[in-house]
Design a protein around this ligand. Sequence first.
Ligand SMILES: [Zn+2]
Length: 167
Amino acid sequence: MNADRTAWDRRSVVPVIPPIQRRKLAKVPFVELADGRLQGVVSSGSDIARVYVSSIAAKTHGFNCSTNNNRPCGGLGSRPCKHLVALATEAVLQYGFERVARYLGVEAGDGDSTGGDLIRVLKGGPESIPAATVFSRFLRHLAYLEVPATTEPIADLQWFPATGAVR
Ligand SMILES: [Zn+2]
């Protein structure tokens, strides 16, 4: 577990030779309903080395999006950015719309409701949410996934080799 965090720290400051063939990035490698928030990690559409930490608070619907280094997301204004839409879409896929809507305190939609619908009905605005907390949970999540012996490819880990491409 610690080894992973150390590896991440090292990669974030030292240039690493990128892999010859970059792996395809999972769009949303991490999503959870925790700490009173829908939160997770969303890969950048344009830069494979960058990830965003996106979160939406339950009840208040305050939201935030920043890089894992706490730089604010350029797409975030008074309305949620595309990363938050991607986060909500993945959450609906993993947990189902009903459960996510209930957790956030959103009026439930119908069976066809999507993450985009969820985002549209949020009544909050931008809110300061520490990205580091969510990001460290993501790293622990990765470390946990590495523990059990499995022959299955783990989608979340596809994100990890891409950190070698830090510029
Ligand atoms: Zn964003």
